[in-house]
Design a protein around this ligand. Structure first.
Ligand SMILES: Nc1ncnc2c1ncn2[C@@H]1O[C@H](COP(=O)(O)OP(=O)(O)OP(=O)(O)O)[C@@H](O)[C@H]1O
Ligand SMILES: N[C@@H](CCO)C(=O)O
Length: 292
């Protein structure tokens, strides 16, 4: 038997759609696997009633198939599904690490990214790897056609999750098909600024680089209260605020000592918009941990 804790993640960070990802210290899924001739899945924890146990519909089933590693798999969900916090990816990344150990497959964490991304293809229609990569590797990750680049970084964060459900599949449907050259140039500048900020543990540069004129405005329309919550967080000491992944969670990068104020401001602003929410005061975290 093998047990793995795999963290929530925040993808895109505004300017890095389908490219940037960040591992969060909390929340996390815990995955337990045992050898079996056929894959079977049980699920407990946050939002488990909405998660299919059919291996053909659960991200961990796709990972077991991709690795040719059938197993009895138990998922204890800490990351709410359809949250924008990489819920489906946390399970997939955890299963990839656990099955790799269970069957002594000898794959590196980088090699497991593609197998874990098969789970994302199952639920959202595309094998985007910007959540599974940070859940496997920790820190800040950049996905390109050539693979993954990872850097460790240290930032204090608030991930505020409203009681709204937005599926990644739906949120991909509202993105414009094209972007102007002006918007592309602005996005490239912001993304480069953000990446430099990550290497310097600099919340000001990271926050400055989170703006994105194309994908985020389209998705913000799916989140009641988005503009007010973002403004409140910035006034309370966030350097940047954007939609986390496909939403509905919002990610705020915080100045030193401002995490509590930012979390409170975001919850209050959602409340004013008639939306209940909870805020994770967290930091950039490590990748999945194998326990036994
Ligand atoms: N192991 C799993 N954990 C969570 N959701 C799963 C899992 N397997 C299948 N699903 C399905 O995937 C969907 C949730 O995935 P989705 O990508 O929409 O949300 P998310 O992972 O929280 O978001 P994001 O990728 O934007 O951070 C739900 O329909 C859920 O039933
Ligand atoms: N990059 C993906 C992350 C969500 O899974 C998206 O924004 O659709």
């Amino acid at each position: 038997m093998r047990t793995v804790r795999a963290p929530a993640t925040s993808a895109n960070l505004g300017s890095g759609f389908d490219v940037f990802g960040l591992a969060l210290e909390t929340p996390a899924d815990v995955i337990r696997v045992e050898r079996a001739s056929e894959t079977s899945i049980t699920v407990t924890g946050v939002g488990s009633t909405y998660i299919p146990e059919d291996p053909g519909k659960n991200t961990v089933g796709a990972v077991a198939e991709a690795l040719d590693a059938p197993a009895r798999i138990h998922i204890d969900k800490g990351v709410r599904p359809a949250s924008g916090l990489g819920s489906s990816a946390a399970s997939a990344a955890g299963a990839a690490v656990a099955l790799n150990a269970l069957y002594d497959l000898g794959r590196s964490r980088e090699e497991l990214v593609a197998a874990a991304a098969e789970g994302e293809a199952l639920v959202s229609g595309e094998a985007h790897a910007d959540n599974v990569a940070p859940s496997l590797l920790g820190g800040f990750t950049i996905i390109t056609d050539d693979g993954v680049t990872q850097v460790d970084t240290d930032l204090s964060l608030v991930a505020c999750l409203p009681e709204i459900v937005v599926s990644t599949r739906d949120a991909r449907g509202v993105i414009p098909d094209t972007a102007s050259l002006t918007d592309v140039a602005s996005t490239v500048g912001n993304a480069a600024t953000l990446a430099v900020g990550m290497t310097r543990d600099d919340p000001e540069l990271v926050g400055q680089g989170m703006d994105d004129p194309v994908v985020t405005p389209a998705r913000a329309a799916l989140i009641d209260g988005y503009d007010a919550v973002r403004t409140s967080a910035l006034e309370a000491g966030a350097t940047g605020v954007t939609v986390s992944g496909a939403g509905p969670a919002l990610l705020a990068v915080c100045r030193e000592g401002r995490q509590g104020a930012v979390a409170g401001a975001m919850i209050d602003a959602f409340d004013d918009a008639g939306v209940e929410s909870r805020a994770y005061q967290t930091n950039v975290g490590d990748g999945a941990v194998l326990y036994d």
